[in-house]
Design a protein around this ligand. Structure first.
Ligand code: DGJ
Length: 737
């Protein structure tokens, strides 16, 4: 049993294999958080709480002569605004009379087998995992508001999935101004917050900040999870390294506006609140209506950031990504975007495809420009009908020609967008989000469709379903190329306009649910101008996401490494592109470009006709390497090996098989110096007393030697040199001297 309720102490014990989470019902009916961290046996952690009378921290009425009980000081389970907890709240409500107070007291609870799945939202799937769910009901007597807190415990995965449902059980209207997925209070400690910031072409760069007496808030109000701040944050002990220390991961299953807020309070406690961003958000609850928040994945690791990443990677692979693609080898694809941009016709595409096939590519992806009047990025979005001038005979003819060559066929779309210069916009201008009487904010010459509207989704489903039926398409690249502004829906009344951004995201999810159900075999790769929507919400539908529009291998090292803190390598779309690189102008050797792309879904984004004979031979070898190691890369544990601070200009990482018998190490030197030092790496995750053989040599090493003594690489010369080393356990061998 992973959930226990101790009646005598009125305390909940939630246990995973390597973590424990406790909270209790206080004598005044509030929920007090007690502990989250390493398992502590059966000890109830209530002894940690000391009560004191602190000035300016008030007391609930029923205990006003006991000045030591204050909601302002006690760690809470789900903080609400108005009753004297002056830290960041999880819940903000407005009643009809204007009151903004919510006072939540325990009402009841139940412990259910399995995982409850929130309707219409991406969620953690139970899959083959053991799981129990605790539902706690809280009630506000004055307003009639009920809040249900959900806790699904995945013991083997060391994961707790939290979410909340706010139900209006009153006879009046209640407006939600904020409804976070969860809040959690840590009573003491010295904490850092790590978050993943960036920009277009430079996504998910880790930033680590010490928490002080302020609210550290990171999020996105761009209508998308964004290039700028990812909905994944880590709270960790100040001493945490890649390989040691307490750390907690918080990953929101939501692809729209989001925010994480961390606050150090007057008593030395830290609160983290995470959920949908409250800027521009409101949700009207008529009597009887309810609102369900997205799920928040919580995971704890005592062994540092690598261990925390392993928890996230395993959960996303086994319990989030679509099961159809969980264990399948990814197809090596070639995408024509950087090869042709908008300038292509059937002959050019088939010529590129034939050469790609000859190199060993499995899947040809036709990118932007095949539809409507799309000769550049100013027109055509929304008109999802093939441009017969470019592609006579349409997608069916192209698809069958590709299939005839032995290639699968993939197609680019950007369903949530529309150009003003499109038949769709001319017919339905009200389908785009825009404020009445105001010129819209444009970006890349496009507007955003109101995905909350049923007729918009019907149109898009009809178009995509038709495309998938008329041509043999097995892959869609689902793009999204601007931030959302002008959050006004012509289909909603004034009092519901604050719901537009949330309904937009729910609408996109509804379309994705329907398409996945109608076409379960079609792989959808997520994309948003590269990695602008790289989050657990999209991964629920899309087993891989284009990691960045920046295909420069040297910069990709940083982008993919930053992404790896939360997300597994096999979800990161990564291609070998041409040099000089189109984003940076840099030239990186073909071999190094492949080493970097191999730590991703792997594919090419170039014109193979421009490769030399030697380069073509190298590409064939790279594809062979992919086939050889794809299972290890997909299912192995990923370790960041380099000590970035000390070894600037050198990046190393490894995949270690689950049985720890195999390790694939990749290294790239991005800063070769004169009289170069030898780079030295310490392997991780091996069996100390197993013997490993280095492929291509006679050397054998104990796991302990490779982990504690390490391995010294030969000097590396040239522009951005790279190497891959494969170690395999050799059970019959003796140690080398
Ligand atoms: C942005 C994507 O990230 C690119 O790969 C490409 O598909 C373009 N959009 C096409 O417009």
């Amino acid at each position: 049993m992973s959930i226990l309720f101790d009646k005598e102490r009125e305390t909940f014990f939630l246990e995973t294999e390597h973590s424990c989470y406790q909270f209790r019902i206080t004598r005044h009916g509030t929920l007090q958080h007690l502990y989250y961290g390493r398992p502590v046996g059966e000890t109830c952690m209530d002894y940690l709480t000391r009560f004191a009378d602190r000035g300016f921290s008030g007391n609930p009425y029923e205990c006003r002569h006991d000045r030591t009980f204050s909601l302002d000081l006690l760690p809470q389970e789900y903080s609400s605004f108005g009753m004297g907890d002056h830290r960041v709240p999880a819940l903000k409500t407005v009643l009809e009379n204007g009151s903004r107070t919510a006072e939540l007291r325990y009402l009841s609870h139940e412990i259910l087998p399995g995982k409850l799945c929130p309707e219409g939202l991406p969620h953690v799937r139970q899959g083959h995992s053991a799981c129990e769910t605790l539902v706690v009901r809280l009630f506000d007597e004055v307003s009639g508001l009920t809040v249900k807190l959900f806790y699904s415990i995945f013991p083997a995965e060391d994961v707790i999935v939290r979410s909340a449902q706010i139900i209006n059980g009153s006879g009046q209207k209640i407006v939600l101004e904020k409804a976070a997925s969860a809040s959690i209070d840590f009573p003491c400690g010295q904490w850092d917050l790590i978050h993943f910031a960036g920009r277009h072409c430079m996504e998910r760069q880790p930033e680590r900040a010490a928490l002080g007496h302020h609210v550290l808030s990171v999020g996105s109000s761009r209508g998308m999870s964004s290039h700028h701040n990812n909905p994944f944050v880590i709270l960790c002990d100040r001493e945490v390294t890649e390989d040691s220390g307490d750390c907690y991961g918080f990953m929101l299953m939501w692809s729209g506006n989001h925010r994480a807020e961390a606050e150090l309070d007057q008593a030395g406690g830290v609160r983290l609140v995470m959920g949908i961003h409250e800027d521009g958000f409101s949700w009207l609850l008529e009597p009887g209506e309810s609102f369900r928040t997205p799920e928040l994945i919580l995971t704890y690791a005592a062994g540092g950031l690598n261990a925390l990443s392993h928890n996230c990677h395993r959960l996303l692979r086994e319990n989030v990504c679509p099961p159809e693609f969980r264990h399948s080898r990814r197809k090596v694809l070639l995408n024509n975007w950087e090869a042709t941009y908008f300038d292509f016709d059937t002959d050019k595409i088939l010529s590129i495809a034939a050469q790609a096939k000859d190199l060993g590519v499995d899947l040809f992806v036709l990118d932007d420009g095949w539809f409507g009047q799309r000769s550049d990025d100013k027109a055509g979005l929304g008109d999802w009908f093939v441009n017969e001038k470019k592609l006579p005979g349409g997608l069916a003819r192209l698809g069958s020609a590709l299939n005839g060559m032995g290639l699968d066929f993939g197609l680019w779309i950007e369903p949530e967008m529309v150009n003003e210069d499109s038949d769709l916009y001319r017919a339905h201008p009200d389908w785009a989000l825009r404020d009445p009487g105001r010129a819209p904010m444009v970006a890349r010459d496009q507007l955003v469709l109101d995905m909350g509207r049923t007729e918009v989704r019907e149109y898009l489903f009809g178009c995509i379903d038709r495309l998938l039926k008329e041509a043999p398409i097995c892959y869609l690249k689902w793009d999204f190329n601007r931030s959302v502004a002008n959050l006004f829906s012509s289909a909603l009344p004034a009092e519901r306009q604050g719901e537009t951004a949330t309904r937009f995201m729910l609408g996109t999810y509804a379309l994705l649910f329907r398409l996945r159900e109608a076409h379960p075999g079609v792989m959808i790769e997520g994309c948003a101008g590269g990695g602008g929507r790289f989050d657990a919400g999209m991964l629920f539908f899309c087993p891989q996401i284009w990691c960045s529009d920046n295909t420069d291998a040297v910069q990709r090292l940083r982008i993919q490494k930053g992404t790896s803190y939360g997300y597994p390598v096999f979800t990161m779309g990564s291609h070998v592109s041409a040099v000089p690189n189109h984003q940076t102008g840099r030239s990186v050797p073909l071999g190094t470009r492949a080493v970097v792309a191999l730590s991703g879904t792997f594919g090419y984004e170039l014109d193979p006709g421009k490769l030399t004979g030697a380069e073509k031979a190298a590409v064939r070898d790279q594809i062979a390497v992919f086939h050889k190691y794809s299972e290890l890369i997909r299912s192995g544990r990923y370790y960041r090996l380099d000590r970035t601070e000390a070894e600037e200009g050198f990046t190393a990482w490894a995949f270690v098989s689950e049985d720890r018998c195999e390790a694939l190490v990749s290294v790239v030197d991005t800063n070769v110096e004169g009289n170069p030092r030898f780079h030295h790496i310490l392997l991780k995750g091996l069996v100390p007393d197993a013997v490993y053989r280095l492929e291509g040599s006679d050397r054998r090493f104990s796991g302990a030697a490779l982990m504690y003594g390490g391995y010294t690489l030969p000097q590396m010369f040239g522009d951005y040199p790279a190497a891959m080393l494969h170690f395999a356990a050799d059970h019959n061998a003796a140690y080398d001297e």
